[in-house]
Write a new protein. Structure first.
Length: 313
């Protein structure tokens, strides 16, 4: 590869902005990670929100891997410092994918126990149950209750299924992207197959991002509770998303398919933040915590009880 195609100058403002954003990403996600760990529950999260977010961020990461692949090849002929600087855009997106995926892992690890298992009792005793307890029936003439079993809830099974889908999505698309990058010749412009794949990943990431916050907004709005969501994380990320998008716009080797998903995500996250702030104020006036539990015995008025009843329905 000719060195003339590789970055030859330092872009100090972009470098500083990218480093600040990487640091800000870690700081912004920490409150959410710690909130789930400290609360020991992930109640309040929508599994569909986590599915769409994980697949959207993975698509964005793989999109940038393809469109910036020439910069990866440049690392053979330029210094390690210049290589690191040129790939900071990819590192940003990868870091965001990793930090969001950690939320998905914590969601599964701290899934509420009362939503994970349920008691199942058959409507009628089976024939085997009657035959096995025939002596008891003859002895006292009383009906024997069918045995109650413990089974997983549909919510928990769905959460596990969506986690598997996230893993398969990342694995298959990563293997496909790497295979094409290594097999197809490196040309400028890129091979048509690579352009199609990059566009597909960028557009699909955007579409997934558009729908990502819809299930969470719906769940939070109708539950009227903040749950395990971290207002601190959202308060940092909403303005930070503006800087994040701008840094990608001015990175070499990127186009609109690389940053549009993050712009849409930032706007919808802002809407979720507004809803959470409103519910936080409502919870305070009702004397309940983020999960709908009364803060003290005095907070058991009619409105509080109605809210708790709605949560159980």
């Amino acid at each position: 590869m000719a060195t003339c195609q590789c970055p030859a100058t330092h872009d100090v403002p972009t470098l500083v902005l990218s480093l600040l954003l990487c640091t800000g990403l870690i700081i912004s996600y920490l409150p959410q990670h710690l909130r789930i760990i400290n609360a020991k529950t992930s109640e309040g999260f929508s599994p569909w929100y986590l599915l769409l977010g994980a697949t959207s961020s993975a698509s964005g990461m793989l999109n940038l891997l393809i469109v910036q692949w020439p910069l990866f090849r440049c690392c053979r002929v330029i210094s390690s410092g210049r290589c690191f600087e040129s790939l900071l855009g990819f590192y940003q997106v990868t870091l965001q994918w990793l930090l969001f995926t950690i939320i998905l892992v914590l969601y599964l690890a701290y899934f509420p126990k009362h939503l994970k298992y349920q008691r199942v009792m058959p409507l009628e005793p089976t024939a085997s149950a009657y035959s096995s307890t025939g002596d008891d029936l003859q002895a006292d003439g009383a009906n024997v209750r069918p045995r109650v079993t413990v089974a997983t809830t549909p919510e928990w099974r769905m959460a596990i299924t969506l986690g598997i889908v996230v893993f398969l999505h990342l694995s298959l698309l990563f293997l496909l992207s790497i295979s094409l990058l290594l097999i197809l010749p490196s040309t400028n412009p890129p091979h048509p197959f690579l352009r199609y794949l990059a566009t597909f990943l960028g557009v699909s990431g955007t579409v997934l991002a558009v729908f990502q916050y819809a299930p969470q907004i719906y769940r939070t709005y109708h539950s009227k509770l903040v749950g395990a969501l971290s207002l601190g994380t959202m308060a940092i990320q909403v303005p930070g998303s503006v800087l994040f998008v701008l840094s990608l716009v001015f990175r070499p080797g990127t186009d609109w398919t690389s940053w549009l998903a993050y712009a849409v995500t930032g706007g919808m996250q802002g809407a979720l933040l507004v809803i959470c702030v409103l519910w936080k104020r409502r919870q305070k006036s009702l004397g309940i915590d983020d999960f709908g539990k009364p803060l003290d015995d005095a907070s058991s008025g009619p409105e509080t009880q109605r809210l708790l009843d709605d949560e159980q329905d």
